[in-house]
Design a protein around this ligand. Sequence first.
Ligand code: AMP
Length: 127
Amino acid sequence: MPYDYDDQNIFAKILRGEIPNKTICETEHTLAFHDIRPQAPVHVLVIPKGAYVNADHFGAEASEAEIVDFYRTLAKLSADLGVAPGTGGAGYRVIGNAGPDSHQEVPHFHMHILAGRSLGAMLVHPA
Ligand code: AMP
């Protein structure tokens, strides 16, 4: 099934400069900015500049340059934010939602970096 990218999603508008964002860093293929509703002391979104819906779309169709740039940016950012265990940080969680079961809100691929406190169990199960 082909991926259907909606270019009116909020991150597409951010990339086109139509709405503001709190940018942390930008590279040729990647943008990182603060989440507007932070759920931890550190809550950063990392997005490719290309039009990809989710992680499987990105992994399947992005160029090697885009994929390398995305993950190198994520790694550098986690170190720069002081949360990467490899550089003495206390750790972080990366979350990438995809599709309805994940409750993905914005249909442009993004990874959340959450950190700055103990994040508890990975999933909260219903009672
Ligand atoms: P997801 O449910 O994985 O699609 O997450 C989307 C995230 O985008 C949520 O954490 C929102 O708080 C965040 N978000 C929505 N609009 C904006 C915006 N204009 N700037 C920054 N973050 C946003």
